[in-house]
Design a binder for this molecule. Structure first.
Ligand code: HEM
Length: 442
């Protein structure tokens, strides 16, 4: 490969002398390099491997949107993640991706989702009932179950039993954890293979596929209508009138579990941690939700649209703690952007975490201030990505999160048990020790 030009480089020595703390949490290391070297730098890992890190939103938009045709996802998603999940939307490229996106997009449009909002709400309420009031609890596992149940119930209504749901959730979690290990400790991959750990996880995903196959076949035979996402996906047709194959549908469902579950539960957890520090913001939410409930009666879409402040609270939490904190791309042909030249095959990591906290983009970037979204701003803000591969579930996620926060804050006063919000950057940006207290409101 030719060399990447016009960008300062971090040496392998600097990388390896910081290896231990990078493994723990790479974000401070990235931040120091951005501050010292500018908004784009090269990390030279040695042995001919180089990665471009950027927090330049112009470059991000160039790769994700303006010149997206020349940028594909890296092998991490299209090979490593695909090994466990198959080739669904998140993990496919080229013609397959295009064809699938066209087929699935209508299912996630606002109008279609309106019909399943009550399923989303029922799944949420059932999980919120499990919160133990008054005691310090780690809220992340509660939101993990809530987010998984929300996706499962939206897809299958009640066509799938709790033991199978547990198995699917466990498989999704384990595959993610295995993958995180493979990516963070590539020098141990020989051990993961020889010890049978990778095969063990591949077997688990085979069992998950069998569970899904059974649900799909029963649904096809029953001819009963459930008005859930599975019905919509089975009813959708490609341009030539054909329907989705069973295998492809299973790939897509596995992708929806993975893409839609951990991201939402992380975001909900961070939102609650931020709210615990801000009583006044909780009060504002309560007032908004009380008025919205009067106006909306039982119409959940009206409730959502009448809660603009709660939406801003979530947007602001996604700014400070974007669950997808990095987007990765590789350019197909040689490319050039504002004096920087990228030979074909350059790995580019776009840091949404840094773009969302850049002092040139935001006033008081470290402060939690939902009001900054009073003017509907979209620039320098990409929690759901950008361009044609933008998150297909962004509306779904916003409905789910607003309904959850509206209900939760109406029921409980959220208070902090410890001062600091801790993070664990793995495949997604995860909260760590999210211990909070939920006291019933009078
Ligand atoms: C707070 C919650 C969520 C966040 C922050 C989030 C974030 C993202 C981001 C940043 C991308 C783009 C990745 C890239 O360009 O490399 C993405 C893609 C995707 N998301 Fe989400 N997501 C969330 C919730 C969901 C939900 C609830 C679903 C489905 C139920 C979902 C399904 C997907 C799918 C299928 C893709 C791949 C789209 C494609 O490549 O065509 N996401 N998400």
């Amino acid at each position: 490969m030719e060399d990447i030009k016009g960008i300062p480089t971090v040496s392998p020595l600097r990388f390896y002398t910081n290896a231990r703390r990078i493994l723990e949490n790479p974000l401070p290391f990235h931040h120091e390099n951005f501050e010292e070297l500018g908004d784009t730098f090269i990390l030279n890992l040695g042995f001919g491997r180089k990665i471009v890190f950027t927090r330049d939103s112009a470059l991000a938009e160039y790769a994700l949107q303006k010149n997206q045709k020349n940028f594909k996802k890296s092998d991490i998603q299209t090979k490593e993640v695909a090994k466990y999940l198959g080739h669904g939307l998140l993990t496919s490229e080229g013609e397959l991706w295009k064809k699938q996106r066209k087929l699935i997009q209508p299912t996630f449009n606002k109008k279609q989702l309106e019909g399943i909002l009550y399923k989303i709400k029922d799944a949420i309420l059932a999980e919120l009932d499990k919160i133990e009031p008054g005691k310090p609890i780690d809220i992340l596992p509660v939101f993990n179950d809530l987010a998984f149940q929300t996706v499962v119930k939206s897809l299958f209504s009640s066509a799938i039993g709790q033991p199978e749901i547990n198995k699917l959730q466990n498989t999704t979690d384990s595959a993610q954890r295995m993958l995180a290990k493979e990516l963070r400790q590539p020098y141990l991959n020989w051990y993961f293979k020889l010890s049978g750990k990778i095969n063990e996880h591949l077997e688990m995903t085979k069992e998950a596929r069998e569970i899904l196959k059974k649900v799909i076949r029963e649904r096809k035979q029953s001819k009963e209508k459930h008005e859930d996402l599975l019905d919509m996906l089975l009813d959708s047709r490609y341009e030539d009138g054909s329907e989705i194959t069973e295998d492809q549908l299973i790939d897509e469902i596995l992708v929806l579990f993975t893409a839609g579950y951990e991201t939402s539960s992380n975001a909900l957890t961070f939102t609650c941690e931020l709210l615990a520090k801000n009583n006044q913001i909780q009060e504002k939410i309560i007032e908004e939700v009380r008025q919205a409930k009067n106006l909306a009666e039982d119409d959940l879409m009206v409730l959502y649209t009448k809660c603009p402040y709660s939406q801003k609270v979530i947007k602001e939490a996604l700014r400070l703690y974007p669950p997808a904190y990095f987007l990765d791309r590789v350019n197909i042909e040689d490319d050039e952007f504002r004096g920087k030249s990228f030979p074909a095959g350059t790995n580019i990591l776009i840091s949404l975490y840094e773009i969302h906290r850049h002092k040139d983009n935001w006033t008081d970037p470290e402060t939690f201030n939902p009001e900054r979204f009073n003017e509907s701003r979209t620039e320098n803000y990409y929690p759901f990505g950008a361009g044609p591969r933008k998150c297909i579930g962004n509306n779904f996620a916003m409905y789910e999160m607003v309904i959850t926060i509206a209900e939760l804050v109406s029921r409980y006063q959220i208070s902090e048990v410890k001062k600091e919000i801790q993070i664990q950057p793995l495949i997604t940006l995860k909260p760590k020790n999210a211990i909070l207290r939920f006291s019933p409101r009078k």
